[in-house]
Design a protein around this ligand. Structure first.
Ligand SMILES: Cc1cc2nc3c(=O)[nH]c(=O)nc-3n(C[C@H](O)[C@H](O)[C@H](O)COP(=O)(O)OP(=O)(O)OC[C@H]3O[C@@H](n4cnc5c(N)ncnc54)[C@H](O)[C@@H]3O)c2cc1C
Length: 458
């Protein structure tokens, strides 16, 4: 097994030649910090709105080599968050966000087709499954919220037989089907987008770290960019910038990948391209690939400290061992088959589980995707492009733009508290898998986020 930082998708997509780092001073209409999906979609949308804009895009590493190039490739809507959105913003606002997030899933597919980027975009429902009795019905609030705003077709409860007709794991006891979802090859999408931006004349400087945001642009390790507007799109690193330190927490997620096993995929009847998640708080997620592999991830990695990069957020042998063991529980047919690759990366956790976009003076930010950024980052790009050009419309009025602030505790409490809570959540999940009661202390600690009004990754 190759356990690397970047993982299989980027290996499969092939090498890119890095662009030159920024040295000295330059100016631009808009400077974009971060070349993941969010920064790159923002650049794309800016050029859609104003084709002659002069754009500089800076990335500390290589564009698309962060989580954008190595995620599970679930391209989701925001319907899974609709109950939270209703609670916080009301029915009409929740409906508008849900519909806009659907447009984003369609938009990515349309973009790939129009630009001839073969990112393995495939629409098929997402299925949330229960693997324990205690998980059954955990999606009810979501189903009811959709029904209450007249979108009952978006999320539907389904029985065990319907779930197992889509994928015949012996663990699946029932579930909910999310009508609109797609899967993508994340690295082909990210690198395809990078190339199209280069083709359109965006000045991309890689291996260029932004160290400070200023009123009229940004400072990097070896230079500066003066610009009329700055877009901050650095995912978990947002927590390193003054003014944003308490806005998010950082956790991690890790993936194992099988060798091609088309016979197992066939035996499972998992040929419809469905993306599947379980109903744990520290979620398992799984899908197939075009060449018959199974991608299997777990959101149970460690917490990050203060938005800093850390090896354990990307390479964590212990978490990979546990993820591998879970894979075999879900699919016993895979015993004796090889795991060829493993990797991981940071997750930018929003206090509400919903991404946050907005502006502070001339800095326009997006973060808090909480493990669901592939689809929503396209919408985020549309929003940030408008904010950077000071244009207001129905997208900039969505409830995910400048929502009421909710903050995490400061470090070291966030790291220590978050780590204790994640351990309790893992113990609770494990107890439920084993058919045991989790114990009073574990149950209490695992319930703390809810008691504090935080909605952590599920
Ligand atoms: C293992 C894993 C699995 C996941 N699975 C899914 C999934 O199936 N579906 C889904 O929707 N989401 C998933 N996610 C989350 C998803 O990958 C992210 O939400 C999404 O990629 C976020 O895009 P982004 O542009 O905000 O961030 P990133 O892709 O992290 O891009 C940010 C960029 O900013 C750069 N940067 C950071 N600091 C600086 C600085 N100071 N100066 C300049 N550049 C800087 C980084 O180098 C990076 O390239 C997963 C994440 C992980 C780690």
């Amino acid at each position: 097994m190759r356990h690397t930082r970047h993982g299989w998708w980027l290996e499969e997509a092939g090498d890119v030649t890095p662009t030159s780092p920024l040295e000295g001073e330059t100016s631009a209409d808009v400077v974009i910090v971060g070349g993941g999906y969010l920064g790159m979609w923002t650049a794309w949308q800016l050029l859609e709105l104003e084709p002659n804009l002069d754009l500089v895009l800076l990335d500390a590493s290589l564009c698309g080599h962060g989580p954008s190039g190595r995620n599970g490739g679930f391209c989701e809507t925001l319907w899974p968050d609709i109950d939270t959105l209703r609670e916080r913003s009301g029915d009409a606002a929740a409906l508008a966000v849900g519909r806009a997030s659907e447009e984003a899933v369609h938009g990515i597919g349309a973009w790939c087709a129009a630009n001839e980027v073969d990112a393995w975009y495939r629409q098929a429902p997402m299925i949330r499954v229960a693997t324990t009795e205690s998980q059954l019905g955990s999606w009810d609030a979501n189903v009811h919220a959709c029904a209450a705003i007249g979108t009952q077709d978006e999320v539907v409860s389904i029985g065990a037989s319907e779930v197992r007709a889509a994928c015949d794991s012996p663990l699946f006891l029932g579930g909910a089907r999310y009508r609109l979802n797609a899967t993508v090859h994340p690295a082909r999408l990210a690198l395809g987008l990078r190339q199209k931006l280069l083709d359109r004349g965006v000045r991309v400087h890689e291996r260029t770290e932004v160290t400070r945001l200023e009123k009229d642009g940004v400072v990097t390790t070896d230079g500066r960019v003066r610009a009329g507007a700055t877009v901050l799109a650095v995912n978990s690193a947002t927590a390193r910038f003054p003014g944003y330190r308490l806005s998010l927490a950082v956790a991690s997620s890790h993936i194992v990948l099988t060798e091609p096993v088309p016979d197992v995929v066939e035996e499972l009847g998992w040929t419809g391209g469905e993306a599947i998640v379980d109903s744990r708080t520290l979620v398992h997620y799984m899908r197939t690939t075009n060449d018959g592999r199974i991608v299997f991830g777990w959101g149970g990695g460690r917490m990050g400290f203060d938005g800093r990069r850390s090896d354990r957020l990307e390479l964590d042998p212990n978490v990979i061992r546990r993820t591998h063991a879970s894979l075999h529980r879900f699919f016993p047919q895979l015993r004796g088959r090889s795991i060829t690759h493993a990797w991981g990366g940071p997750i930018d956790v929003s206090p509400t589980h919903v991404p946050i976009f907005g502006s502070r003076d001339r800095v326009h930010h997006g973060f808090g995707f909480t493990g669901n950024g592939v689809g929503p980052s396209y919408l985020g790009g549309e929003i940030l492009a408008r904010l950077a050009l000071d244009r207001r419309d129905e997208l900039t009025r969505l409830a995910i733009v400048d929502p009421p602030r909710k903050l995490f505790p400061p470090e070291p409490f966030r790291y220590i508290g978050g780590s204790l809570i994640r351990r309790a959540l893992a113990r609770k999940d494990q107890a439920e898998d084993d058919g045991r009661e989790p114990g009073v202390v574990t149950t209490f600690v695992a319930s703390l986020p809810r008691r504090l009004g935080l909605r952590l990754p599920r």
